[in-house]
Structures are given as structure tokens and as C-alpha cells.
Write a protein that binds this ligand. Structure first.
Ligand code: ZN
Length: 183
């Protein structure tokens, strides 16, 4: 950030009085511009023993498969965000269920939240951000072609829980960029 979004003056990076981290501070109007993690919210749309995945038509990870998910908007709830992203990416209607996974992706300052969800009908299609949308059985999941580690983790939790016939809430942390991760 170079300029203040309130008054247009140049900002400086410094630790404000009483704070402990450097912030962009406007020297003209005094506004402190905080930067905080972003919420990425999505759904695990279920239809019988199958899960709906979308193949991405956009970067990052163009061509890879993901659960419908995206950045939460202002003035919406997390469950509304999950339903909206599913409608946008898969043109699908869901009934949002329990929150299933919360994954801190600390090195990129994101928090990913995935809800279990019931697909209401089979009337789905690729939205503008998807190349393809389809249902997968567990043995069909393209594990090597998944777009994000948070999605892979969530799906592993999901199928493990389903085998045990007991779904529980999962919290996990991803702290390293994927290219230096051990596995
Ligand atoms: Zn200012």
C-alpha cells in the first residue's frame, strides 16, 4: 500500500503506539490501515455417495479440481458464502449443513472453512469460473489433480469419517508453501 484510501496522502509503514506490528499509517489523516487474514468459504455438496467437484477455469490452479469455495463477501454469513460460491461455480443449489473443516493457511494469511451440504437436485452446470462440474465417488476422486491442499485435507477427513459413520469437525493448519512441504 502506497497511498491512504481515506485521504490520498502517502502512507508510512511503522508500528503505531501501543501496537506490536508494522502497519500502513497515514501521516496526513492518521488512519491506520490494518491488513488481516481473508476468509475462504465453501461447501462439500453431497449427492448419495458422491461429492460435487469443479474443475477450475481460472488461475491459480487452472484445470485442477476443487470444492466450490471462494472469498467471503462483506454483509454475508459464512453459510451464505458457501451457498453463493456453489451457485456461482457449479450453478447448483444446496442446503448448507454443519461446518466441517477449518483450515488455517497461515503463510498466505487465509482461513478456509468448508461446510457439509446437501445437493438439492442434479441440475448443475459449470459456472463462469469452472470448466467442468461433476459428481465423484470416493474411488474416482482425482487426488493428484486437486487444486488446493485444504481441499485435499478436507476430502481425506470426509471419506475417513464417512467410513467410520461419524462426522466430526476438523481443524488443521497449513504453514508452509506447497513446494517446500515434506508431503
Ligand atoms: Zn489519510
Amino acid at each position: 500500500m502506497n497511498f491512504c484510501s481515506v485521504c490520498g496522502a502517502k502512507v508510512a509503514l511503522r508500528i503505531p503506539a501501543g501496537d506490536h506490528l508494522p502497519r500502513h499509517v497515514c501521516e496526513a489523516c492518521g488512519t491506520i490501515h490494518y491488513s488481516n487474514p481473508k476468509m475462504v468459504v465453501g461447501a462439500i455438496p453431497e449427492w448419495e455417495d458422491q461429492i460435487l467437484l469443479c474443475r477450475r477455469a481460472i488461475e491459480p490452479r487452472h484445470g485442477k479440481w476443487t470444492l466450490p469455495a471462494g472469498f467471503m463477501e462483506n454483509d454475508e454469513t459464512t453459510a451464505e458464502a458457501a451457498a453463493r460460491e456453489t451457485a456461482e461455480e457449479a450453478c447448483a443449489r444446496i442446503e448448507v449443513g454443519d461446518l466441517y473443516s477449518l483450515i488455517n493457511v497461515a503463510h498466505i494469511s487465509q482461513v478456509h472453512m468448508l461446510y457439509r451440504a446437501r445437493l438439492l437436485d442434479l441440475d448443475f452446470a459449470p459456472g463462469e469460473e469452472s470448466l467442468e462440474v461433476r459428481l465423484f465417488r470416493e474411488e474416482e476422486i482425482p487426488w493428484d489433480e486437486l487444486a488446493f491442499r485444504s481441499v485435499a485435507m478436507t476430502l481425506r477427513f470426509y471419506f475417513e469419517d464417512r467410513r467410520e459413520r461419524r462426522f466430526r469437525f476438523h481443524v488443521a493448519d497449513i504453514r508452509t508453501p506447497s513446494h517446500i512441504a515434506a508431503s
